[in-house]
Design a protein around this ligand. Structure first.
Ligand code: GUE
Length: 292
Protein backbone atom coordinates (compact mmCIF):
# COMPACT_ATOMS: atom_id res chain seq x y z
CA UNK A 1 0.00 0.00 0.00
CA UNK A 2 1.25 3.43 -1.05
CA UNK A 3 0.24 6.31 1.19
CA UNK A 4 0.11 9.31 -1.13
CA UNK A 5 1.84 12.25 0.53
CA UNK A 6 -0.21 15.34 -0.35
CA UNK A 7 2.13 17.66 1.51
CA UNK A 8 5.07 16.48 -0.58
CA UNK A 9 3.25 16.87 -3.90
CA UNK A 10 1.92 20.27 -2.75
CA UNK A 11 5.50 21.37 -2.00
CA UNK A 12 6.44 20.36 -5.54
CA UNK A 13 3.58 22.43 -6.99
CA UNK A 14 4.53 25.37 -4.79
CA UNK A 15 8.15 25.26 -5.85
CA UNK A 16 7.01 25.31 -9.49
CA UNK A 17 4.91 28.36 -8.59
CA UNK A 18 7.95 30.00 -6.97
CA UNK A 19 9.96 29.71 -10.17
CA UNK A 20 7.15 31.25 -12.19
CA UNK A 21 6.71 34.02 -9.63
CA UNK A 22 10.42 34.84 -9.89
CA UNK A 23 10.06 35.15 -13.67
CA UNK A 24 7.06 37.44 -13.21
CA UNK A 25 8.92 39.55 -10.64
CA UNK A 26 11.70 40.03 -13.24
CA UNK A 27 9.06 41.60 -15.46
CA UNK A 28 7.87 43.80 -12.60
CA UNK A 29 4.72 41.73 -11.98
CA UNK A 30 3.60 40.58 -8.53
CA UNK A 31 0.66 38.14 -8.53
CA UNK A 32 -2.08 39.28 -6.16
CA UNK A 33 -4.84 37.29 -4.43
CA UNK A 34 -7.81 38.72 -2.52
CA UNK A 35 -9.64 36.48 -0.07
CA UNK A 36 -13.01 37.68 1.17
CA UNK A 37 -14.31 36.21 4.42
CA UNK A 38 -17.83 37.05 5.54
CA UNK A 39 -18.57 36.24 9.19
CA UNK A 40 -16.72 34.50 11.97
CA UNK A 41 -16.78 30.78 11.16
CA UNK A 42 -13.70 29.41 12.97
CA UNK A 43 -12.86 26.73 10.36
CA UNK A 44 -13.09 29.32 7.57
CA UNK A 45 -10.79 31.63 9.51
CA UNK A 46 -8.17 28.86 9.73
CA UNK A 47 -8.34 28.20 5.96
CA UNK A 48 -8.19 31.88 5.07
CA UNK A 49 -5.21 32.31 7.40
CA UNK A 50 -3.29 29.43 5.81
CA UNK A 51 -4.02 30.79 2.30
CA UNK A 52 -2.58 34.18 3.29
CA UNK A 53 0.47 32.52 4.86
CA UNK A 54 1.18 30.51 1.71
CA UNK A 55 0.95 33.68 -0.39
CA UNK A 56 3.50 35.37 1.83
CA UNK A 57 5.90 32.42 1.62
CA UNK A 58 5.75 32.48 -2.17
CA UNK A 59 5.87 36.20 -2.83
CA UNK A 60 2.23 36.55 -3.84
CA UNK A 61 0.62 39.77 -2.66
CA UNK A 62 -2.40 38.83 -0.56
CA UNK A 63 -5.25 40.94 0.72
CA UNK A 64 -7.64 39.61 3.32
CA UNK A 65 -11.03 41.31 3.42
CA UNK A 66 -12.94 40.41 6.55
CA UNK A 67 -16.57 41.42 6.53
CA UNK A 68 -19.07 41.32 9.38
CA UNK A 69 -21.50 38.38 9.50
CA UNK A 70 -24.41 40.79 9.01
CA UNK A 71 -22.95 42.38 5.87
CA UNK A 72 -25.57 42.92 3.17
CA UNK A 73 -25.57 41.39 -0.30
CA UNK A 74 -24.94 44.89 -1.71
CA UNK A 75 -21.92 45.41 0.51
CA UNK A 76 -20.37 42.13 -0.61
CA UNK A 77 -21.14 42.88 -4.26
CA UNK A 78 -19.47 46.28 -3.87
CA UNK A 79 -16.31 44.66 -2.50
CA UNK A 80 -16.23 42.20 -5.41
CA UNK A 81 -16.69 45.05 -7.88
CA UNK A 82 -13.82 46.98 -6.32
CA UNK A 83 -11.55 43.92 -6.54
CA UNK A 84 -12.62 43.29 -10.16
CA UNK A 85 -11.32 46.78 -10.97
CA UNK A 86 -8.11 46.61 -8.91
CA UNK A 87 -5.09 45.93 -11.17
CA UNK A 88 -3.01 44.66 -8.19
CA UNK A 89 -5.50 41.81 -7.68
CA UNK A 90 -5.34 38.92 -10.17
CA UNK A 91 -7.35 36.38 -8.21
CA UNK A 92 -10.50 36.75 -6.09
CA UNK A 93 -11.80 34.11 -3.71
CA UNK A 94 -14.92 34.53 -1.61
CA UNK A 95 -14.75 31.94 1.16
CA UNK A 96 -17.56 29.41 1.06
CA UNK A 97 -20.05 29.05 2.64
CA UNK A 98 -21.12 32.65 3.31
CA UNK A 99 -23.82 33.38 5.95
CA UNK A 100 -27.28 32.10 5.01
CA UNK A 101 -28.75 35.49 4.02
CA UNK A 102 -26.09 35.92 1.30
CA UNK A 103 -26.82 34.75 -2.25
CA UNK A 104 -23.56 32.96 -3.04
CA UNK A 105 -24.41 32.23 -6.64
CA UNK A 106 -24.96 35.92 -7.38
CA UNK A 107 -21.58 36.71 -5.86
CA UNK A 108 -19.77 34.04 -7.87
CA UNK A 109 -21.39 35.41 -11.04
CA UNK A 110 -20.27 38.93 -10.14
CA UNK A 111 -16.59 37.95 -10.01
CA UNK A 112 -14.69 38.75 -13.20
CA UNK A 113 -14.19 35.26 -14.69
CA UNK A 114 -10.57 36.16 -15.49
CA UNK A 115 -10.03 36.60 -11.71
CA UNK A 116 -12.12 33.60 -10.62
CA UNK A 117 -9.25 31.43 -9.35
CA UNK A 118 -11.75 29.08 -7.65
CA UNK A 119 -13.09 28.18 -11.10
CA UNK A 120 -16.71 28.49 -9.90
CA UNK A 121 -17.98 31.13 -12.37
CA UNK A 122 -20.29 29.69 -15.09
CA UNK A 123 -17.81 30.81 -17.77
CA UNK A 124 -15.07 28.73 -16.16
CA UNK A 125 -17.43 25.79 -15.63
CA UNK A 126 -18.19 25.92 -19.36
CA UNK A 127 -14.49 26.13 -20.24
CA UNK A 128 -13.80 23.06 -18.14
CA UNK A 129 -16.56 21.13 -19.93
CA UNK A 130 -15.15 22.36 -23.25
CA UNK A 131 -11.57 21.57 -22.17
CA UNK A 132 -10.62 25.14 -23.01
CA UNK A 133 -7.32 25.83 -21.20
CA UNK A 134 -8.03 29.57 -20.88
CA UNK A 135 -10.33 28.82 -17.91
CA UNK A 136 -9.55 27.98 -14.29
CA UNK A 137 -10.03 24.45 -12.97
CA UNK A 138 -11.46 24.25 -9.42
CA UNK A 139 -8.58 23.78 -6.98
CA UNK A 140 -9.61 20.58 -5.20
CA UNK A 141 -10.30 18.42 -8.29
CA UNK A 142 -7.21 19.89 -10.00
CA UNK A 143 -5.24 18.84 -6.92
CA UNK A 144 -6.69 15.31 -7.04
CA UNK A 145 -5.63 14.93 -10.68
CA UNK A 146 -2.12 16.09 -9.84
CA UNK A 147 -1.95 13.62 -6.93
CA UNK A 148 -2.94 10.75 -9.22
CA UNK A 149 -0.37 11.82 -11.80
CA UNK A 150 2.51 12.23 -9.36
CA UNK A 151 1.66 8.96 -7.60
CA UNK A 152 1.96 7.20 -10.97
CA UNK A 153 -1.67 6.04 -10.98
CA UNK A 154 -2.82 5.15 -14.51
CA UNK A 155 -6.18 6.82 -15.15
CA UNK A 156 -6.39 6.03 -18.86
CA UNK A 157 -8.87 3.22 -19.35
CA UNK A 158 -9.43 2.89 -15.62
CA UNK A 159 -12.87 2.51 -14.02
CA UNK A 160 -13.27 5.60 -11.86
CA UNK A 161 -16.11 6.21 -9.43
CA UNK A 162 -16.65 9.71 -8.08
CA UNK A 163 -18.89 9.76 -5.03
CA UNK A 164 -20.58 13.15 -4.75
CA UNK A 165 -21.91 15.51 -7.43
CA UNK A 166 -21.14 18.95 -6.02
CA UNK A 167 -20.21 21.83 -8.32
CA UNK A 168 -17.03 22.30 -6.28
CA UNK A 169 -15.65 18.75 -6.36
CA UNK A 170 -17.74 15.88 -7.75
CA UNK A 171 -18.85 17.33 -11.08
CA UNK A 172 -15.55 18.94 -12.11
CA UNK A 173 -13.69 15.83 -10.91
CA UNK A 174 -15.80 13.62 -13.18
CA UNK A 175 -15.15 15.96 -16.13
CA UNK A 176 -11.38 15.90 -15.53
CA UNK A 177 -11.23 12.12 -15.17
CA UNK A 178 -13.21 11.51 -18.35
CA UNK A 179 -11.48 14.25 -20.37
CA UNK A 180 -8.31 14.15 -22.41
CA UNK A 181 -6.17 14.33 -19.30
CA UNK A 182 -7.85 11.42 -17.53
CA UNK A 183 -9.29 9.15 -20.23
CA UNK A 184 -11.03 7.16 -17.50
CA UNK A 185 -14.45 5.50 -17.65
CA UNK A 186 -16.32 7.54 -15.08
CA UNK A 187 -19.34 6.81 -12.91
CA UNK A 188 -20.75 9.51 -10.66
CA UNK A 189 -22.48 8.13 -7.59
CA UNK A 190 -24.53 10.15 -5.11
CA UNK A 191 -27.14 9.92 -2.38
CA UNK A 192 -29.74 8.34 -4.71
CA UNK A 193 -27.40 5.72 -6.14
CA UNK A 194 -28.72 2.19 -5.78
CA UNK A 195 -26.26 -0.31 -4.33
CA UNK A 196 -23.35 2.05 -3.86
CA UNK A 197 -21.14 -0.76 -2.55
CA UNK A 198 -21.58 -2.66 -5.81
CA UNK A 199 -20.84 0.44 -7.94
CA UNK A 200 -17.75 1.34 -5.91
CA UNK A 201 -16.62 -2.28 -5.90
CA UNK A 202 -15.92 -2.08 -9.65
CA UNK A 203 -13.69 0.96 -9.31
CA UNK A 204 -9.97 1.05 -9.98
CA UNK A 205 -10.07 4.65 -8.69
CA UNK A 206 -12.48 6.03 -6.09
CA UNK A 207 -12.76 9.73 -5.38
CA UNK A 208 -14.75 10.24 -2.18
CA UNK A 209 -16.38 13.67 -1.93
CA UNK A 210 -19.54 13.04 0.06
CA UNK A 211 -18.93 15.10 3.17
CA UNK A 212 -19.76 12.28 5.60
CA UNK A 213 -17.09 11.08 8.03
CA UNK A 214 -15.69 7.60 7.27
CA UNK A 215 -18.52 6.85 4.84
CA UNK A 216 -16.49 4.62 2.50
CA UNK A 217 -15.82 1.31 4.18
CA UNK A 218 -13.67 -1.70 3.25
CA UNK A 219 -16.59 -3.70 1.80
CA UNK A 220 -17.04 -1.00 -0.87
CA UNK A 221 -13.46 -1.09 -2.14
CA UNK A 222 -11.88 -3.52 -4.58
CA UNK A 223 -8.54 -5.06 -3.69
CA UNK A 224 -5.81 -2.98 -5.36
CA UNK A 225 -7.93 0.15 -5.89
CA UNK A 226 -6.66 3.72 -5.51
CA UNK A 227 -8.66 5.91 -3.14
CA UNK A 228 -8.59 9.71 -3.10
CA UNK A 229 -10.27 11.10 0.02
CA UNK A 230 -11.57 14.65 -0.40
CA UNK A 231 -13.44 14.74 2.90
CA UNK A 232 -12.45 17.01 5.76
CA UNK A 233 -14.74 16.35 8.71
CA UNK A 234 -14.25 17.55 12.25
CA UNK A 235 -15.33 14.89 14.71
CA UNK A 236 -15.36 15.37 18.46
CA UNK A 237 -12.36 13.91 20.25
CA UNK A 238 -11.96 14.70 23.93
CA UNK A 239 -8.37 13.42 23.90
CA UNK A 240 -7.31 16.28 21.58
CA UNK A 241 -6.36 19.74 22.79
CA UNK A 242 -8.65 21.27 20.17
CA UNK A 243 -11.51 18.97 21.19
CA UNK A 244 -11.77 17.52 17.67
CA UNK A 245 -9.86 15.53 15.10
CA UNK A 246 -10.02 15.55 11.31
CA UNK A 247 -11.29 12.50 9.48
CA UNK A 248 -11.95 12.00 5.81
CA UNK A 249 -14.91 10.49 3.96
CA UNK A 250 -13.05 7.17 3.99
CA UNK A 251 -12.63 4.80 6.95
CA UNK A 252 -8.88 4.93 6.45
CA UNK A 253 -7.75 2.19 8.86
CA UNK A 254 -9.94 -0.52 7.34
CA UNK A 255 -9.75 0.65 3.71
CA UNK A 256 -6.00 1.35 3.42
CA UNK A 257 -4.86 -2.30 3.64
CA UNK A 258 -6.91 -3.14 0.53
CA UNK A 259 -5.54 -0.25 -1.53
CA UNK A 260 -2.77 0.08 -4.03
CA UNK A 261 -2.63 3.76 -3.09
CA UNK A 262 -4.64 6.04 -0.79
CA UNK A 263 -4.54 9.63 0.44
CA UNK A 264 -4.64 10.31 4.20
CA UNK A 265 -6.61 13.06 5.98
CA UNK A 266 -5.03 15.38 6.94
CA UNK A 267 -2.01 15.56 4.64
CA UNK A 268 -3.69 14.39 1.44
CA UNK A 269 -5.99 16.47 -0.74
CA UNK A 270 -6.19 19.48 1.65
CA UNK A 271 -2.66 20.81 1.09
CA UNK A 272 -3.14 20.31 -2.67
CA UNK A 273 -6.21 22.55 -2.69
CA UNK A 274 -4.15 25.48 -1.41
CA UNK A 275 -1.25 24.69 -3.75
CA UNK A 276 -3.55 24.68 -6.79
CA UNK A 277 -5.06 27.98 -5.64
CA UNK A 278 -1.56 29.46 -5.71
CA UNK A 279 -1.01 27.96 -9.16
CA UNK A 280 -4.27 29.45 -10.45
CA UNK A 281 -3.30 32.84 -9.01
CA UNK A 282 0.06 32.74 -10.81
CA UNK A 283 -1.80 31.75 -13.98
CA UNK A 284 -4.19 34.68 -13.49
CA UNK A 285 -1.26 37.11 -13.25
CA UNK A 286 0.15 35.63 -16.46
CA UNK A 287 -3.19 35.90 -18.31
CA UNK A 288 -3.61 39.51 -17.15
CA UNK A 289 -0.21 40.36 -18.63
CA UNK A 290 -0.60 38.46 -21.87
CA UNK A 291 1.89 35.74 -20.90
CA UNK A 292 0.92 32.25 -22.10
N1 GUE B 1 -14.20 29.84 -2.15
C1 GUE B 1 -13.66 28.80 -1.51
N2 GUE B 1 -12.59 28.16 -2.02
C2 GUE B 1 -12.02 27.11 -1.36
O1 GUE B 1 -11.02 26.53 -1.85
C3 GUE B 1 -12.57 26.70 -0.11
C4 GUE B 1 -13.68 27.40 0.38
N3 GUE B 1 -14.21 28.41 -0.34
N4 GUE B 1 -14.26 27.03 1.56
C5 GUE B 1 -13.71 25.99 2.38
C6 GUE B 1 -12.99 24.96 1.56
C7 GUE B 1 -12.05 24.08 2.35
N5 GUE B 1 -10.72 24.30 1.82
C8 GUE B 1 -9.58 23.71 2.33
C9 GUE B 1 -8.30 24.03 1.92
C10 GUE B 1 -7.19 23.46 2.50
C11 GUE B 1 -7.30 22.55 3.52
C12 GUE B 1 -6.09 21.97 4.17
O2 GUE B 1 -4.98 22.40 3.95
N6 GUE B 1 -6.24 20.95 5.04
C13 GUE B 1 -5.16 20.32 5.78
C14 GUE B 1 -5.41 20.34 7.28
C15 GUE B 1 -5.98 21.61 7.79
C16 GUE B 1 -6.34 21.54 9.27
O3 GUE B 1 -5.54 21.01 10.05
O4 GUE B 1 -7.44 22.03 9.61
C17 GUE B 1 -5.05 18.87 5.38
O5 GUE B 1 -6.03 18.28 4.93
O6 GUE B 1 -3.96 18.30 5.59
C18 GUE B 1 -8.56 22.21 3.94
C19 GUE B 1 -9.68 22.78 3.34
C20 GUE B 1 -10.80 25.25 0.85
N7 GUE B 1 -12.06 25.65 0.64
Amino acid sequence: MQKIDGKLVAERVLSECKEQIAELQDKGITPGLAVVLIGEDPASKVYVGSKARKCEELGIYSRKIEMAADSTQEEVMAVVEELNNDPAIHGILVQSPPPAHIDEEAIVRAINPAKDVDGFHPENVAKLALEDPSGYVPCTPAGCMRLLKDAGVETSGAEAVVIGRSMIVGKPMALLLMGREGNATVTVAHSRTKDLAEVCGRADIIVAAIGKPEFVTANMVKEGATVIDVGINRVEDASKKSGYRLVGDVAYDEVAPKCKAITPVPGGVGPMTIAMLMQNTVQAAKFANGIA
